[in-house]
Design a protein around this ligand. Structure first.
Ligand SMILES: [Zn+2]
Length: 229
């Protein structure tokens, strides 16, 4: 049960989780459409064959579309820390934002507050490990950019949702060590340049598109250090 108000808005787009699978991952998305209403409609349209467990509007309203026990269709083809059927293993939250295609903008305070509280409840309910609170772009770096570099992951981490740095300012990892760090964090290393961008969107947003520069390498090393402690 939740302590926050959640409106039920059922979607037909779900099926059973793979036999025996339980939830170990929380995936955050942005809707990437011109309005929240349009996104809600699409996520409930049987022809679209997409969904998520929750949608959070810019004004902070939360809609539940799919029961947490069921397998919503939000992740698609992807990989994270050994897992490929991400939908069977995850809860998906869609956060209303036009996205990079239609005018990417800051996530309003009311929306962030709602995401923060909802995500904290989910992480607690399912005992989700901090490193398994990820963006869509983390599990599909070649295809996806959401929720993007404006999303405040550090704020969520301060509330106990996900993991954040600190960067290891003393480290100077080689490129090979940096790539090994990214793999240890959980990425599929099939396309290295896109993995570096995905890492920056989540854990080093000020370094976005700067390649494997020192600050990015130190951020990755810092994250690996946190995982080991
Ligand atoms: Zn997405």
């Amino acid at each position: 049960m939740s302590v926050i108000p959640i409106q039920q808005h059922p979607s037909p787009n779900f099926n059973d989780r793979r036999n025996g699978d339980h939830v170990t991952i929380l995936v955050l998305h942005y809707t990437g459409m011109q309005s929240g209403e349009a996104a809600l409609e699409r996520l409930c349209d049987p022809a679209a064959e997409v969904s998520a467990h929750y949608l959070v509007e810019e004004d902070g309203r939360i809609f539940q579309l799919v029961d947490e026990l069921k397998r919503a269709w939000h992740a698609g083809v992807g990989y994270w820390r050994g897992e490929r059927d991400i939908n069977s293993r995850s809860i998906g939250i869609e956060i209303v934002n036009p996205g990079h295609e239609f005018g990417y903008r800051a996530f309003p305070e009311a929306q962030m507050k709602a995401v923060e509280v909802l995500a904290a409840e989910i992480v607690t309910r399912h005992s989700i490990a901090p490193i398994n609170v990820i963006g869509h772009s983390d599990l599909a770096p070649l295809r996806k950019e959401d929720p993007g570099e404006l999303f405040d992951w550090a704020r969520l981490a301060r509330q106990g949702v996900g993991i954040w740095g600190p960067a290891d300012k003393k480290a100077d990892p080689t490129m090979a060590e940096f790539l090994a760090d990214l793999e240890a964090i959980g990425y599929d290393m099939e396309d290295e340049p896109s993995v570096i961008v995905a890492f920056q969107r989540h854990w080093a947003p000020r370094q976005l598109h700067m390649g494997g520069n020192l600050a990015t390498r130190q951020a990755a090393r810092g994250l690996v250090n946190s995982l080991l402690t």
